[in-house]
Design a protein around this ligand. Structure first.
Ligand SMILES: [Zn+2]
Length: 149
């Protein structure tokens, strides 16, 4: 039994999640054969901040993500049926629809680890920003498995 940092309840389905935080220390622009890239450097904490979160809070976040995407889908279709969208742009709408469906699938099956880390960041972001930190990464983002947002 541990206390969940999100709902603050004693739960037995609590897992450890974590994130790295730090400060932006520099930004340099690199000209790679005329494609300009901006490289940002950070000074991050060497170890992740560990946060205990229960499975119920993870599932709630997952459901919310899916609902938001469904809402977007509904708006997309209303736009189409009320004629806001011109018929000649129907291909654009069909491709957006495909995109939205894939995002929904990704969201449903997205890793519990990633969702937990995101919740952990949301819980502590404000407090850490007051202390002057401006960069927050999930463990996967920090290890470079997924691009930093
Ligand atoms: Zn919880």
């Amino acid at each position: 039994m541990s206390t969940c940092a999100k709902c603050l309840k004693e739960k037995d389905n609590v897992n450890i999640y974590g994130f790295y935080y730090g400060k932006k220390i520099g930004e340099e622009t690199i000209d790679k054969f005329r494609s300009i890239e901006t490289k940002t450097t950070y000074r991050m904490t060497p170890l992740p901040k560990n946060v205990y979160i229960c499975d119920d809070c993870i599932n709630k976040k997952r459901t919310r993500n899916v609902l938001l995407l469904l809402l977007f889908l509904v708006l997309l279709f209303s736009g189409l049926s009320f004629g806001i969208v011109k018929e000649n742009s129907i291909i654009i709408w069909i491709s957006s629809l495909g995109m939205v469906i894939s995002i929904i699938l990704v969201s449903i099956y997205s890793k519990q680890k990633m969702l937990g880390d995101q919740i952990a960041i949301n819980l502590f972001r404000e407090k850490l920003m007051q202390q002057g930190y401006d960069s927050f990464f999930t463990r996967d983002e920090h290890s470079g498995k997924v691009p930093k947002m």
